[in-house]
Write a protein that binds this ligand. Sequence first.
Ligand code: CA
Length: 268
Amino acid sequence: MNCHKTYIFSDYISAVYELSLTSCLEIKTHRIMIRKETKASILVVEDEESLREALKLNLELEGYEVTTVDNGPDVLKVVKNEYFDLIILDIMLPDMDGITVCETIRMQHNDVPIMFLSARNSSADKVEGLKKGGDDYLTKPFNLEELLLRVQKLIVKNKKIHDPHAVPDVYQFSGGKIDFAAHECTDHTGAKQELSKKEAALLKLLIEHEGQVVSREHILQIVWGYNVYPTTRTIDNFILNFRKYFEADSRNPKHFHSVRGIGYKFTA
Ligand code: CA
């Protein structure tokens, strides 16, 4: 399967930069069968429409969920509300350049992998991009196969870092006991409490990442799903409830911590 895929690419495309949308569509018929089991989500930021559409199409054919934007300020809006496994970021953009966008994302403590895509090909440009928080830098025109390989590597590496621990159906810690299958818990006083579906999902996510900060974007993606944007306050209210259930002193929490501007952390 893989060899076949590579063959089609090298045969049809040397550089996606020069690729028109029409030729992309021709390739689609050849490649429609290729799908990955889980969909990673990618944000493509590119102001040049033909390249943006070509990237979107080819990444979708690889089985990725793709969102596109064409300017810097929109990236900042989108990443606040949605979780991405990777951002492909053009540097020369209207209104705000890619380097500034990347810097701003990092200032918000968002560690989403970022791959720069730029016509600027001096080593000084590359160094600057990586220094400002980029994880990779690819110059235009590029080879599509190389781009896809780099994309895959960045996503796999990032997923490994954030790999969740397996949590049993009944989880016990010093704050109480949670029965995920029954959607109920025993609080710190020994009383039984019912858990809503979302409460159980959020508890599970935090416990899976015990000792790590789980970002707000990640929580939104897993617990609320795409295209639903509750406010930070909503997640805060869930955390307040968890403290009521599982903390002997909810003002000095030992288990459920809010990490300002970043997310939430559980410690057993
Ligand atoms: Ca550009």
